[in-house]
Each structure stands twice: as structure tokens, then as C-alpha cells.
Design a protein around this ligand. Structure first.
Ligand code: RIB
Ligand code: CA
Length: 314
């Protein structure tokens, strides 16, 4: 099921910290003609800002989409410093050598780009956040009406009633900037949350990554990035498709089942125990503005089929 309204592509902005799974998610989204990607805003997270921006530009140039602007965002979280995840995504952030992009980032920074774009298309833009929520939180603090103007907000992040992947309690994006995640949850903004527990229902194995072939340039690049990820460590047996599932929540909403909840996020105002920072606390499991993907209602087969369809994988 695609998301066209009145047969027009749905406008989308992606906030991202590429990162291998971000890259696969971006390639999936750009393969779907039902969506019109108006721009990317970058944040540090998996890698420093200069790297996530360079990787975004390199990906777009490689697939001939240098027409899409890339706007630099957060180099630092609201408090503290980013943890980075070079050990997962490699020092460069992408597990395939990419030509140094000829194109540069936009002169417009992330926050003004988001404000201008969301206000120009009130109620229409799907904002997909694939990294720490620093840019969204800064936009909320400086221009809340702009963020309210988003048609839909989809977030990959958090670990709801589940063990974290950055600490025992916190998922990496929320751990990287817990105060930003707290600001967004406390805002009361309606959003779709694709958390760690849901994402762990959708993975690609080493064997699948080594055998998958694609008839498209975007699908081939996605396959090469995944093959490169497995090649970095012979003990790696599966790759969780975190950010790709967040994109599917927008392009193929039927692959996830959502439950409305009220939640808050723990940060340094709540405790000095840094292992708790970024933890999701459920305030009301039965109602609220945060639509959480229920792990037992992720249709893994449909998700895998949608990923193969978008990337033209055989
Ligand atoms: O915890 C998974 C998330 O952290 C993904 O967005 C991945 O790219 C990293 O940013
Ligand atoms: Ca990411």
C-alpha cells in the first residue's frame, strides 16, 4: 500500500546520521515514487557531523540525486557529547568506499530548513528521524509551531519494555541525546515510534547479504553496504534493519501494528546514573500521543518483502 494522497507523492524530510542502516533506509525511501524527499538534515550520532553530512552527500551523488539538499545540523547533543558508533558502522560510517562527493552541503542549516519546509507544507510533510533527536528538539524549542506543522513524525529510537543496545536501559539514538528525546516526548507531539524491540523482528542474515542481487543502482549499493558490514567481522551473523523499519512505517504502514502510549525519557535531570539516560518510561500504556510499534505485531515477512520490492532485490 503506498501513501499517495490525491495521487501526489508524499513530501518527506529525513533527519539522519548515516550509518549503514540509515543508508539502506534512505535508498529504500528514494526507490519509492510515492514519496518526494525534499531534503536531508544531518546530525552526529553514529559518526561525527562532518562524516554523517559527507556520507549523505556521497550516497546522493552516487545514485544521481544531488538535486536533494543536505542541511547540516547538530554536532553536539543538548548536553554532553555524542558516543559515536564507529565500531558498528566503521570509522567512515559506511562499509563501502564511496567517492568523495563533488557536491557540498546546503548553505541552509538544518533547523531553518526544517522550519521553512514544514511551514511551507502545513500538515503534509512526513518527518522521519533516524538518529539522535537533537535537531528536532532544537526546532521544538526555537519554533514549536513549525514542528507542529509536520503531517507525521516517525522516529527510530528508544527501547520500550526492552533491553537497550547502548546501555542496559537505553537505545543508541536516545542514549546519544537523552535530553533531546525527553524534550520531544514531553512536547506531547503525536509521533510514531519504531523502537528497538520492534526492529529486532526484522534482520538480514550474512548468507542473505552475501547472495542478494539487485537490478537497481540503489539496491546494489544497499547490498554492497550490508555485505561490507558483515565482511568487517566474521562473527557477525545478522544485521538488524533499524532505520529501514522506520521508513517502512511510512511507506508500508501495514507492516507494523501501533499502540498509543504516554511515555517519558530519563535524562541527567532525573538521575546521576548515566546507564539510565535515554531510558523510556511508560506513563500510560493504554493511551497517549506516542504510537509505538508493538513487537508482536511487526509483520516480518511483509517487511522483508517490502524491502526486497523497494530495492529490487532477488
Ligand atoms: O539503535 C539503532 C539506531 O542507532 C539506528 O538509527 C542506528 O543508525 C543508530 O543511529
Ligand atoms: Ca541512524
Amino acid at each position: 500500500m503506498n501513501a499517495r494522497h490525491n495521487n501526489k507523492p508524499v513530501p518527506v524530510v529525513v533527519d539522519t546520521d548515516p550509518g549503514v542502516d540509515d543508508a539502506v533506509a534512505i535508498l529504500m525511501l528514494l526507490s519509492d515514487p510515492s514519496f518526494d524527499v525534499l531534503g536531508f538534515t544531518t546530525t552526529a550520532g553514529n559518526v561525527p557531523l562532518a562524516r554523517s553530512t559527507r556520507n549523505s552527500l556521497a550516497l546522493l551523488e552516487h545514485i544521481g540525486r544531488s538535486d536533494i539538499p543536505v542541511c547540516r545540523g547538530a554536532a553536539r547533543p543538548i548536553r554532553g557529547r555524542y558516543a559515536y558508533a564507529r565500531q558498528v558502522h566503521s570509522a567512515s560510517g559506511l562499509t563501502r568506499r564511496m567517492k568523495e562527493p563533488d557536491i557540498g552541503a546546503s548553505n541552509t542549516k538544518a533547523i531553518p530548513f526544517l522550519a521553512t519546509t514544514l511551514n511551507a507544507h502545513p500538515g503534509e510533510v512526513t518527518l522521519i528521524a533516524l538518529g539522535p533527536l537533537t535537531n528536532l528538539a532544537r526546532l521544538w524549542r526555537s519554533n514549536p509551531d513549525a514542528l507542529r506543522a509536520a503531517g507525521r513524525i516517525v522516529v527510530m529510537g528508544g527501547a520500550v519494555n526492552a533491553r537497550g543496545n547502548a546501555s542496559p536501559h537505553a537505545e543508541f539514538n536516545f542514549y546519544s541525546d537523552p535530553t533531546a528525546a525527553k524534550v520531544i516526548f514531553d512536547s506531547g507531539l503525536p509521533l510514531t515510534l519504531i523502537d528497538l524491540a520492534a526492529c529486532q523482528r526484522v534482520a538480514i542474515s550474512r548468507a542473505q547479504a552475501e547472495t542478494v542481487r539487485s537490478g537497481s543502482k540503489m539496491g546494489t549499493l544497499a547490498a554492497e553496504l550490508l555485505e561490507g558490514w558483515f565482511a568487517r567481522d566474521s562473527s557477525r551473523q545478522q544485521f538488524y534493519l533499524y532505520d529501514p523499519l522506520a521508513v517502512l512505517a511510512a511507506t508500508h504502514p501495514q507492516v507494523v501494528g501501533l499502540d498509543g502510549m504516554t511515555m517519558r525519557v530519563v535524562d541527567s535531570d532525573d538521575t546521576d546514573d548515566s546507564a539510565m539516560w535515554g531510558k523510556c518510561e511508560v506513563v500510560d500504556a493504554n493511551q497517549g500521543p506516542i504510537q509505538v510499534a508493538a513487537p508482536d505485531r511487526v509483520d516480518s515477512d511483509a517487511a522483508w518483502a517490502a524491502i526486497k520490492e523497494l530495492l529490487d532485490w532477488e
